[in-house]
Design a protein around this ligand. Structure first.
Ligand SMILES: *Cc1c(COP(=O)(O)O)cnc(C)c1O
Length: 446
């Protein structure tokens, strides 16, 4: 046997593993230094954990970085999304349109507003909302479209904004997967009426449990304050409709950001662009090495498009079984794992099939919450969103490199190349896709 044959022998069948080098800290995130520690200690020693001074500084810096007039800190991304929905006028009986393939917090907070969600299809190449599947879902009750820049990919905002403007709908960008990403040169989160995002520890911009709302609209910003910012909902408010209710939170929630998070946020923000640039360089190098390999495709915007992934959170590869004679993605991932790389099929399951969107009566309406205040049964059974329902079969997880270290990246890329190029051998013992691919608890956060 020549060296090359030995090298290309799949590890699953006794060949040498593609990954030989210890990963070191290449996957560690977030990067915490003495600067973060000092910032946290300053707040702790001052006893200012529940204050707002650090948060307000952080908000100003974040708004400047994001390129919006306002930024408002929240306890979580979920809270920021709920506040954004309310600030956009989502009320009892209203509908929002949201992709079915996303984290639940993109839409589920609408329940607590008495509203409901109509799911739209994703595009199989972007994994984001398919602009062609929105318009026919709009009714006179539709208030807002929630666009998710899913797995860091900038969603196709131009046609979505055109549809929204034509039908007088608000657009909420969920930027939880894509901090700092670009759509045709514009930062994601600045294109819709409001951006809302998670900054919890597993995300690209990771500062602890925290969320951020960004907007150019004073009205939306102040509604965000009114909803859950006891202590800041005071006589600084300019919006007439809110003035009679100052001092008590209109949502009945308390959503202020913990100042240990804001302190970390200020430090992380100073380094984010540089660290993100290194992630971009590493991830593009990984995909450049795999260009043209059958069955697998990079999930990234075309070079020169002015669009760019933001942070590569939850990054995926696109799987195209037809190029590999029908090899199951389960079997493909098994072969990749044997090479020494963590890899699994799919990502979050489509939301429209979960019982919470079909049968659960959360508030005691005597009927499912999904349709409690709706004027029709808008539930979406299996078969109604065919692309979303194949999500587990059309993508797989890839390594999330935080540093540009060519040798390790090359070894990881080789693992995927070996599995794809060895598909004929893998087909022999392919038992097909396991029925339970994808899930709800995808990401391990320390
Ligand atoms: C993480 C996440 C959220 C929720 O943010 P939390 O800070 O965890 O509350 C919302 N949307 C998406 C797409 C997310 O990934």
């Amino acid at each position: 046997m020549t060296t090359t044959t030995t090298q290309s022998q799949l590890a699953l069948f006794g060949g040498p593993k593609a990954v030989q080098t210890e990963p070191g800290d290449i996957f560690n995130w977030p990067i915490i230094t003495e600067e973060d520690e000092a910032a946290v200690l300053e707040v702790l020693r001052r006893g200012a954990m529940s204050g707002t001074d650090v948060t307000k500084q952080f908000e100003q810096e974040f708004a400047a970085w994001q390129g919006t007039t306002y930024a408002l800190g929240f306890s979580t991304g979920t809270a920021a999304l709920q506040a954004a929905m309310w600030a956009c006028g989502v009320r009892v009986g209203d509908e929002i349109i949201c992709p079915s393939v996303t984290y639940w917090a993109s839409c589920l907070p609408c329940y607590s507003l008495g509203a409901t969600v109509v799911f739209a299809e994703i595009d199989p190449d972007t994994l984001c909302l398919d602009p062609a599947d929105i318009e026919h879902r709009i009714t006179d009750r539709t208030k807002a479209i929630v666009v998710v820049h899913y797995c860091s990919y900038p969603a196709d905002m131009d046609p979505i904004m055109a549809i929204a403007r034509q039908h007088n709908l608000m657009v909420i960008e969920d930027v939880s997967h894509a901090h700092g990403g670009l759509y045709k040169g514009r930062k994601v989160g600045t294109i819709g009426d409001v951006g809302a995002m998670s900054c919890m520890s597993g995300k690209s911009f990771a500062i602890g449990e925290a969320g951020m709302l960004v907007t150019d609209s004073r009205d939306i910003y102040e509604h965000g304050i009114a909803w859950g910012h006891y202590g800041r909902f005071n006589d600084t408010i300019e919006t007439e409709a809110l003035k009679p209710f100052i001092n008590l939170p209109m949502g009945g929630y308390k959503y202020r950001m913990h100042q240990l998070s804001s302190a970390v946020g200020r430090v992380q923000l100073r380094h984010y662009d540089a660290r993100n640039a290194e992630i971009l360089k590493a991830m593009h190098y990984f995909w450049d090495l795999l260009e043209g390999v059958p069955g697998i495709k990079a999930h990234r915007p075309a070079k020169g498009s002015g669009s760019e992934m933001g942070g590569w959170y939850a990054s995926r590869g696109l799987y195209r079984t037809e190029e590999l004679d029908g090899l199951s993605v389960s079997r493909f991932c098994e072969a990749v794992r044997a090479e020494g790389v963590s890899c699994s099929p799919g990502i979050n399951k489509p939301l429209h099939l979960h019982p919470l969107f079909n049968t659960a009566d959360v508030y005691g309406h005597g009927k499912p919450t999904r349709i409690a205040n709706a004027n029709r049964d808008l539930r979406q059974p299996r078969g109604s969103l065919p692309v979303s329902e194949t999500i587990a079969e059309i993508c797989f997880s890839i390594p999330w490199f935080k540093h540009y270290r060519p040798t390790i990246i090359e070894e990881h890329a080789a693992a995927f190349r070996k599995a794809a190029e060895g598909y004929e051998e893998l087909l022999k013992d392919d038992k097909g896709n396991s029925p339970d691919m994808g899930g709800w608890h995808f990401f391990r956060h320390g």
